[in-house]
Design a protein around this ligand. Structure first.
Ligand code: ADP
Ligand code: G6P
Length: 468
């Protein structure tokens, strides 16, 4: 029998992404998104196997070891990518679970591909996990995996964590074959969510759809107890602090500020280019503040980093076009030679550059219409060990429940956005420190290691599923 692992993580993506150059050469880069930012340090420290996709269609590379992790690639054909990843995962489930801020699309072939690919992931995990081992399945792309895996390997402890919001019952009910998805999740011993409300939505759904009888945080299903609970995800505090106190990163922050115009206050946005992130609302508010003279191009500049994401999905292409048109309009109307009011970067960055930007920013503007957590918010407050800076944060980001002293805002209301951004720009040193300090302490005391420990210890104590 091939090597087996006590601890196996299963996620759509591996922590590294295969990058294919124009000349056909292949290299690896860090995968995008918060899931990888959060999980990578845990698996690296604890060891174990990671089952996931490389980000490229076609045959999977051979399994390999990197950074103390055993990486086990799962193959997705071009058709799987189109139907399972771009289709069912990112054009049906993603928008529906984010309050349907874009219209979810429903296609039968996508659902079949989703089933087939979930089965492939479940089979890979079943092969790799040691007898009685722990398998931790992640996110909306793989909601059928827990039940499939339990069928294959009833000896395992199975955890599932959803990184995105879980919708209210009425919205979930719109999904074709909704009961199958729910049964898929119920294959886990422990189902984790970002927010208590999400866990409640899930438990209510088990009653509504399957006639189960949830009690407190539990529900009995097929003779087992399934626990549903919130575990708000966090960041690798040590990594961000190390970068933020690195003299080279600090020098880079000073250089950035000087280049952007030493006296101008710096507003910063950092998001995957996704319609859930409220980038358009942010630009609209900023454009209006410039237009009505509340701020001017001489005293304020906005840096918007937009990480390329899911660029073959139509809604993302359309969003990119709209955002870039609006950036062009604002710069055209309010810019001057050599001085633009918006610096727009459509690119990935390395961690040091990103932290340098956090250090340079006077106001971090995070305005998602809906977001499971938002790790950028937590990274920003931890980076600001100097107690300076201000965080404008959407009430609709999971992070708002923990970062209570942020400048909270309703991003659906442009007037509110304008008011709160202005307030944040005017906060004096005392107010900045008074707000930043408790937020930083909150994240320091609840870092990613604590999150993983809480989840895995709860999973361990759930363990009612082991056969006699
Ligand atoms: P999501 O998971 O929806 O993308 P999060 O804010 O939770 O949103 O996580 C995003 C993660 O990606 C953070 O760890 C952030 O530092 C990282 N990130 C965001 N933009 C970039 C970028 N342009 N280059 C590199 N990393 C980025
Ligand atoms: C969010 C999702 C992750 C996903 C990431 C990047 O954080 O919760 O599951 O990996 O976005 O998106 P992508 O489609 O590029 O994997």
């Amino acid at each position: 029998m091939s090597e087996s692992y006590e601890f196996v993580v299963v996620a759509n993506r591996l922590p590294v992404d295969e990058v294919v150059a124009d000349d056909g050469g292949r290299t690896w880069a860090r995968s995008p998104g918060g899931l990888v930012s959060a999980l990578q340090p845990i698996v690296r420290r604890q060891g174990g196997a990671w089952v996931g996709w490389t980000g490229q269609p076609g045959e999977a590379p051979e399994p390999f070891d990197a950074d103390g992790m055993h990486l086990h690639p799962v193959a997705l054909s071009a058709q799987d990518v189109e139907r399972y990843y771009e289709g069912q995962s990112n054009s049906t489930i993603w928008p529906l679970f984010h309050d349907a801020v874009e219209q979810p699309a429903h296609r039968r072939p996508w659902r079949h591909a989703y089933d087939a690919v979930n089965r492939r992931f479940a089979e890979a995990a079943a092969q790799l996990a040691a007898p009685g081992g722990t398998v931790w399945v992640h996110d909306y792309q793989l909601m059928l995996v827990p039940a499939m895996l339990r069928d294959l390997r009833p000896d395992l402890q199975i955890g599932f964590f959803l990184h995105i919001p879980f919708p209210p019952v009425e919205l979930f009910m719109q999904l074709p074959r909704r009961a199958e998805l729910l049964r898929g999740l119920l294959g886990a011993d422990l189902v984790g969510f970002q927010r208590p409300l999400a866990a409640q939505n899930f438990l209510q759904l088990t009653a509504r759809l399957l006639g189960l009888e949830p009690q407190d945080e539990h529900v009995e299903h097929e003779g087992r107890t399934v626990v549903a609970r919130a575990f708000p995800i966090s960041i690798d505090v040590g990594e961000v602090e190390e970068l933020a106190t690195d003299p080279e990163v600090q020098a880079e922050a000073r250089r950035m500020r000087a280049e952007l115009g030493g006296d101008r206050r710096l507003l910063l946005g950092v998001d995957r280019l996704d319609y859930t992130k409220g980038i358009e609302q942010r630009l609209e508010a900023y454009g209006e503040l410039l237009a009505d003279g509340t701020v001017s191009n001489d005293d304020v500049v906005l840096v918007q980093v937009a990480t390329p994401s899911r660029m073959r999905v139509q809604e993302y292409q359309e969003l990119r076009a709209r955002v870039e048109r609006e950036v062009g309009r604002i710069n055209g109307e309010f810019g001057a030679v050599g001085q633009a009011p918006v610096h727009y970067l459509f690119q990935s960055m390395n961690r040091a550059e990103l932290v340098a930007l956090y250090l340079a920013a006077d106001v971090m503007v995070i305005t998602p219409l809906r977001d499971g957590m938002n790790l950028v918010a937590k990274e920003y407050v931890v980076a600001r060990g100097d107690d300076r800076g201000a965080l404008v944060l959407s009430e609709f980001a999971g992070a708002a429940a923990e970062l209570e002293t942020a400048f909270l805002v309703n991003p659906h209301d442009v007037e509110d956005l304008k008011r709160v951004i202005t307030e944040a720009l005017h906060a004096d040193d005392g107010e900045q420190a008074g707000r930043m300090r408790p937020m930083r302490t909150q994240v320091q005391q609840n870092d990613i290691d604590k999150w993983a420990r809480d989840f895995l210890e709860t999973l361990d104590s759930t363990g009612s599923t082991k056969p006699d």
